[in-house]
Design a protein around this ligand. Structure first.
Ligand SMILES: [Zn+2]
Length: 265
């Protein structure tokens, strides 16, 4: 039904790192048959992601406040999110979550803002894209307060036990270029055990270029390389991974399908 071969299910093409060549990076992904989901991290990036998605085919957006920026949460945020999610091409709330590594926002604020956005997503029946760093137990505890929440743990950096706990709660698991790093044996072990119907991949561009480009600015077309690494771990051809990722992306972000004129050739 579609010309799309693969999705980059989480990237930040609206980031200033793409100011010199955003359209070219988008076109490189289009030529490779890759659909994009742009994740917001604050007010401006969410607005820019929505605008870009609305102006480009095979491109969708999610809106939300990242744990790094949680201290920017104010009373107007629920209203702002409500306005965005009524617009075309907005398919999820994200990225949201907990990051206890950098602590750019205090833990208690992150916990509160994460829950506020989980609550809104569930009210609106929208999936979430979750960032979790050094906060596995706290992430699971928050999820348990919102049974039935749908979504993805993006840029998975845990091991098989955390993956199992997320799968048990119904979440999808998305691997980034980190899965290719030399010191990522636990993440590769998780990639081997995640079942086909819960597996996603992403770039998180401009961050986290896979090998052999580690350290360079990442871009959406490199999601192909992430898929190749996952395929090696699962001992299948890359196209097999891509096929499942397309099906799973439509499963977890079903609003993509309501946007038929942007989806079908
Ligand atoms: Zn991200």
């Amino acid at each position: 039904m579609t010309a799309l071969r693969l999705f980059d299910t989480h990237c930040h093409l609206q980031d200033s790192a793409f100011d010199p060549d955003r359209e070219e990076a988008y076109l490189r992904a289009q030529q490779a048959g890759i659909g994009l989901i742009l994740a917001g991290w604050d007010q401006e990036s969410s607005a820019r992601g929505v605008a870009f998605a609305q102006q480009h085919r095979n491109c969708w957006a999610m809106v939300g406040l990242h744990p790094h920026d949680a201290k920017a949460w104010e009373a107007h945020w629920p209203e702002q999110l409500a306005r965005w999610v009524r617009q075309p091409k907005v398919v999820a709330i994200g990225e949201i979550g907990l990051d206890f590594h950098y602590l750019h926002s205090p833990k208690a604020v992150q916990e509160e803002v994460f829950r506020a956005q989980l609550d809104l997503a569930r009210q609106w029946d929208l999936p979430v894209s979750i960032h979790s760093r050094e906060a596995e137990a706290e992430t699971l505890a928050a999820l348990d307060e919102f049974p039935g929440i749908r979504g993805v743990l993006h840029c998975f950096t845990g091991g098989p036990a955390f993956a199992r706990a997320l799968l048990d709660r119904g979440l999808f698991i998305s691997f980034s270029g980190i899965v290719s790093f030399a010191n990522a044996a636990e993440i590769r072990a998780a990639a081997r055990m995640v079942p086909w119907d819960r597996l996603l991949i992403e770039t998180d561009a401009p961050y986290l270029s896979p090998r052999p480009w580690r350290g360079q600015r990442n871009e959406p077309m490199r999601v192909v390389r992430v898929g190749e690494v996952v395929a090696e771990e699962k001992n299948v051809a890359p196209e097999e991974v891509f096929r499942h990722v397309v099906a799973n992306t439509l499963q977890v972000f079903p609003l993509i399908l309501t946007d038929a004129k942007n989806w079908q050739d």
